[in-house]
Design a protein. Structure first.
Length: 252
């Protein structure tokens, strides 16, 4: 199994079974007595996926002791990025989109961490330009801890054009910027929106900033002046989650 692409964790595997069960070659479970694992096994069998019982030590070894929750999938192929043409169809299926846009994030481990946070927050896609940005390398897939297979990752040729498309589709664009005057918590993230975060070196580029409906700053009260982009992405995503849970039917 060495070198084979993997996905693990209950939520990522449920999403993968729903979206692309053909990508799963085998599903390894530590047991089928626990209700959550029994449910996962039943769904896998229903979708034609082979289920095997393995000791927890095997899953620990394959995931290098990551939190696999007793479930691991061996994939038939590595996750692949989508292109611009997939965005329209994706948005057509979502009532209240929450997207994460990464403007030239170049470290694949940061990309992987952003995908993982996007999955945990229920974001519908992560978007990045093809040039000067990290792609779905082995390092990104590993750091994503299964989320590279469950969160659509869209690479676009022209980010400015994609931002215009998102605005035309009814999404508001919020850029994370440390110099912004509006705190993140004062932004209204309940409706269809995309959160824009800049790369490690320069933050949001000028053109990306100009396409934003609003710039928001994460309040910082300590001595550290900035956050790692993947940490900042998680903070912004879960503020959107908090607001949406507080007003689940309000898409203002």
């Amino acid at each position: 199994m060495s070198g084979r692409p993997l996905a693990y964790g209950l939520h990522p595997l449920r999403a993968l079974l729903d979206r692309d069960p053909a990508a799963i070659e085998r599903l390894l479970l530590v047991d089928r007595e626990r209700p959550a694992l029994a449910d996962l096994a039943a769904t896998a069998i229903e979708r034609g996926v082979t289920v095997e019982l393995r000791p927890a030590s095997t899953l620990d070894r394959l995931t290098q002791n990551a939190t696999h929750q007793g479930a691991l999938a061996i994939l038939s192929h590595s996750p692949q990025a989508l292109d611009e043409s997939a965005l329209e169809g994706l948005l057509a299926q979502i009532e209240r989109p929450l997207l994460l846009v990464l403007d030239e994030v170049q470290d694949p481990r940061n990309l992987g961490a952003c995908l993982r946070s996007a999955d945990a927050a229920g974001a519908h896609a992560v978007i990045a330009p093809r040039r000067n940005s990290a792609s779905l390398t082995a390092a990104a897939i590993k750091t994503a801890a299964g989320a590279a297979s469950t969160v659509p990752f869209v690479q676009v040729g022209n980010l400015a054009r994609t931002l215009r498309f998102l605005k035309a589709a009814g999404l508001r664009l919020y850029g994370a910027d440390a110099s912004a005057h509006t705190p993140l918590y004062d932004g209204d993230l309940r409706g269809p929106c995309a959160l824009l975060l800049g790369g490690e070196a320069q933050g949001l580029r000028r053109l990306s900033r100009e396409h934003c409906d609003s710039l928001l700053a994460i309040p910082m009260t300590g001595a550290v002046g900035s956050l790692n982009v993947s940490v900042a992405a998680a903070v912004c995503l879960f503020e959107a989650v908090r607001q949406r849970l507080a007003c689940p039917t309000d898409a203002a």
